[in-house]
Design a protein around this ligand. Structure first.
Ligand code: TXA
Ligand code: MG
Length: 313
């Protein structure tokens, strides 16, 4: 199923056997819950025990759109869909094809990102086919995803506080226009080990990784170029901002641009990670984006793709 964020692998959220098949097709750990998709705010209430006023204000402001809100689940959501948790993340996607599919199904659709577990999320139907050919019955074509990174996932700590568990196109700055307090969970910017108890199970798994080794490099354009000067050679490549390209070319550095704005980098980052493998790159050095606005979402995906190999140039 195409959505405005990434393609999802959709099934009946209330059918444990269907959900089991989605976990199997992805190779996803059973403790990592699925997001449930609706196409009308009215479809939310039956899935949760209660909708606090702050949650409703956030939904009214940001839905349909790339925001997932976690609340305690009702019995309508089977345990397997929730990864064994007593909560459920719900989202009302903005993509017209996603909305049409949920409407046609007449039921909420559980949908994790459509990649094989551990791979970059799919932002085109071709990515879906590469990961899922022979494992699922069909892919619905919906064009390239506009956002390119998955939805912002939030939980409510209390009536006033929003906790960001996964950053996305709905930024902490956006959330602050509705909520008094917005906290970015410490796992968003730091490494979480496999045995840590986290608020969102997806935080602890290795993610988004191409076959190539990935190093994330922080610093200015000049610092990045200086750092790369003695790291050139066979199978080595830099992923840089569009504006870095002239200097890279001048320095004879093999470089690929991944966008000039945070939004452009978000839209292209997963496709770029996939492309590296097709190009036979063995080690990629990525110029790190900023960590505010949508940049936080891109940075969060890249530190995971890099397995937390982050260097300050
Ligand atoms: O944009 C998106 O959210 C896409 C499209 C298809 O809607 N879906 C997606 O699903 O990214 P997935 O399963 O790849 O990522 C869901 C993330 C995981 O990190 C999971 O741990 C977290 O959200 N999550 C889901 N339900 C949760 C819950 N009840 N409590 C805590 N974390 C939850
Ligand atoms: Mg995913």
């Amino acid at each position: 199923m195409p959505t405005e964020t990434v393609y999802g692998l959709a099934c009946d959220a209330g059918n444990p056997e269907a959900v089991r098949k989605v976990f199997a097709a992805k190779g996803r750990p059973a403790d990592n819950p699925l997001i449930v998709h609706i196409q009308d705010i009215a479809e939310w209430q039956p899935l949760v025990t209660e909708i606090p006023p702050l949650a409703m204000r956030l939904a009214e402001r940001f839905w349909p759109g790339p925001l997932t809100i976690i609340l305690p689940r009702s019995e309508r959501i089977p345990s397997i869909t929730a990864g064994g948790l007593d909560t459920v993340g719900v989202r009302f996607p903005a993509h017209p094809v996603a909305q049409a599919m949920i409407r046609a199904a007449g039921i909420p659709l559980a949908a994790p990102s459509g990649n094989r577990s551990g791979s970059p999320s799919p932002t085109t139907s071709a990515h879906m086919l590469a990961d899922m050919d022979g494992r699922i019955p069909a892919i619905v074509e919906g064009g390239a995803c506009i956002c390119g990174v998955e939805s912002t996932v939030i939980a409510l700590d209390d009536g006033q506080t929003v906790r960001v568990l996964r950053p996305g196109f709905v930024t902490p700055e956006h959330l602050q226009t509705v909520a008094e307090n917005v906290i970015v969970d410490s796992a968003v910017l730091a490494q979480v080990t496999a045995d840590t108890v986290v608020r969102s199970p997806g935080m602890k798994y290795k993610h988004y990784a191409p076959n190539a080794a990935v190093t994330l490099v922080q610093g200015s354009a000049e610092e990045f170029l200086h750092f790369m000067a003695d790291r050139q050679g066979e199978g080595i490549c830099a992923l840089v901002f569009d504006s870095d390209m002239p200097a890279c070319e001048k320095a004879g550095l093999r470089a690929i641009p991944y966008g000039d704005t945070d939004e452009a980098r978000a839209a292209s980052v997963f496709a770029m990670l996939r492309q590296l493998d097709a190009l036979g790159i063995r080690h990629v050095y990525i110029r790190a984006p900023r960590t505010d606005g949508v940049g936080l979402a891109v940075y969060n995906r890249l530190i995971r793709a890099a397995g937390y190999d982050i260097i300050h140039a």
